[in-house]
Design a protein. Structure first.
Ligand code: C5P
Length: 232
């Protein structure tokens, strides 16, 4: 085990939040009077992250700056992965930091606003020989894999499945290299929905650590009800 060098966090917060239907980008939706973005940012700061970078749509930058005064704020991209990349680029371009072997970056969805600080702190130490640690929970549903005709083509053993959350703690150099390789890849047959899958695709080692129910991704209106329950 080693204690990380610098610890960065990138918050992709440029999603529209269409499924939540709040009429504003989801990161700026208020839960108990505080935006999801501010809650996520403050948890990362409380956990001891050195610098936080937020990727948000330009029309929300002023608001983001007010709510997260010490964060670096950059424009997001078309997909989540593009927004994460914009955030990663800022580490060198805006902070002038050259990635070292022991640096860690936590990529954390603003939508997981109630993630406990202790869970974030547990993830900040990436073991030797590991490139990425992701918080995960066992799944309670049986999961089917289907083809384009909706025919079931497989049922993975449930005991071996995990639902993953964020923050995902990656070695900064590995995530940068995985992103570079992905930018060069022209096959178009891989669409990463999280950062760990990009590292897996690149050939890195990803392990899971215990997640927490409170780190739920606030996506649909029912999630707001659950989150309010946790807040109460
Ligand atoms: O849409 P979804 O809930 O999967 O988004 C996860 C996170 O990625 C959210 O915090 C959202 O704001 C962010 N995102 C982004 N840029 C996009 C799409 C989503 O930063 N283009």
């Amino acid at each position: 085990m080693f204690v990380a060098g610098k610890i960065f966090a990138v918050i992709p917060a440029a999603g529209m939040g269409t499924r939540l239907g709040a009429g504003i980008p989801k990161a700026f939706f208020e839960l108990g009077g505080v935006t999801l973005l501010r809650r996520a940012y403050e948890s990362l700061v409380a956990a001891g992250v050195d610098r936080v970078i937020i990727a948000a749509s330009p029309d929300m930058h002023e608001r983001a700056r007010l709510e997260c005064p010490d964060a670096v704020i950059v424009a997001g991209g078309k997909e989540r992965a593009d927004s994460v990349l914009c955030g990663l680029d800022a580490i060198a371009d805006q902070l002038g930091h050259e990635a070292g072997a022991d640096d860690v970056v936590l990529v954390h969805d603003a939508a997981r606003a109630l993630t406990p600080v202790e869970m974030i702190q547990r993830l900040m130490v990436v073991p030797d020989g590991v490139d990425c640690v992701v918080p995960a929970l066992p799944v309670s549903d049986t999961i089917k894999q289907v083809d384009e005709q909706m025919r079931v083509v497989g049922t993975p053993a449930r005991a071996a499945l995990r639902a993953v959350q964020t923050p995902q703690a990656c070695r900064l150099v590995t995530l940068l290299k995985a992103n570079e390789a992905f930018q060069r890849d022209e096959s178009g047959d891989f669409c990463p929905t999280d950062d760990a899958s990009l590292i897996e695709w690149f050939g890195g080692t990803v392990v899971v650590a215990p997640g927490d129910e409170r780190a739920l991704k606030i996506t649909h209106p029912i999630d707001v009800v659950i989150a309010e329950h946790y807040l109460a």
